[in-house]
Design a protein around this ligand. Structure first.
Ligand code: SF4
Length: 238
């Protein structure tokens, strides 16, 4: 694994080189809407998530109509993303549970609970997972959390920001939260996710085009030799 100094260098390069090629525009959304957005964003690019969230809010009259719609109808909105049925189920399940418990579609009351209680409350929803909790904490509750989805995990491991053997999501999240200052959390999340979606594919990562190639542990270890050894000169026997 990279040393702390090397990790800081990698993060600095991420913020300088990748920032230039990634849109930094943010969706400013209330707490409840960030829950829905996180279901769109996990394992997807920012552009994909923005597009799907826009469809969900434009094609249905309101959150109640979404709640009573069929999985098949919502699945259409998630087309092009991984796990569209699961995402549709999670959106409907969350809205249903929220409505049954609060008779409303808002979670602004979480601001008054304090961060610890608010995250605990979020974790109780059946559709909740570590990514959802961390995303909403980071984007809507003002806390420091780095949401870990497959692209974030893959890039972090390949760069050497976390150990190859680290598997527990909470432990991985803690490592990254320790490395990245709170003020940079949102930016880090968007940049590392963009690298994962654009270049660092599960199979055949495009290291040749990746802005992080020089700093990347995986790219260095897997670099092909650039020059061939000169052929041995064989003297002809007389
Ligand atoms: S250099 Fe290659 S392995 Fe490293 S982050 Fe970029 S695409 Fe992934």
């Amino acid at each position: 694994m990279a040393t702390t100094v090397n990790k800081q260098k990698i993060v600095t390069v991420l913020f300088s080189k990748v920032k230039k090629v990634v849109s930094q525009e943010q969706q400013e959304l209330p707490v409840m809407e960030q829950v829905i957005y996180s279901i769109c964003r996990e394992g997807s690019s920012k552009e994909q998530a923005d597009e799907v969230y826009q469809k969900l809010t434009a094609q249905f009259f309101d959150w109640n109509e979404l709640r009573v719609s069929s999985v098949r109808e919502l699945e259409e909105c998630f087309r092009g993303m991984t796990r569209p049925v699961d995402r549709a189920n999670r959106v409907i399940g969350f809205l249903q549970e929220l409505f049954e418990t609060t008779y409303s579609f808002e979670l602004e009351f979480l601001h008054k609970k304090g961060l610890k209680q608010a995250t605990k409350h979020l974790s109780r929803y059946q559709v909740s997972n570590d990514y959802l909790g961390a995303w909403v904490t980071q984007r809507a509750l003002g806390g420091h959390a780095i949401p870990i989805d497959p692209p974030t995990l893959r890039v972090s491991k390949r760069l050497g920001l976390i150990e190859k053997t680290q598997e527990q999501v909470v432990e991985i999240r803690n490592t990254l939260e320790h490395l990245i200052p709170k003020a940079k959390g949102v930016e880090f999340t968007d940049l590392i996710s963009a690298v994962g979606m654009e270049y660092c594919h599960e199979k055949q990562p495009n290291c040749a085009a990746c802005p992080l190639a020089k700093e990347c542990q995986f790219a260095t270890e897997n670099a092909k030799p650039t020059s061939k050894k000169p052929a041995a000169v064989v003297k002809k026997s007389k």
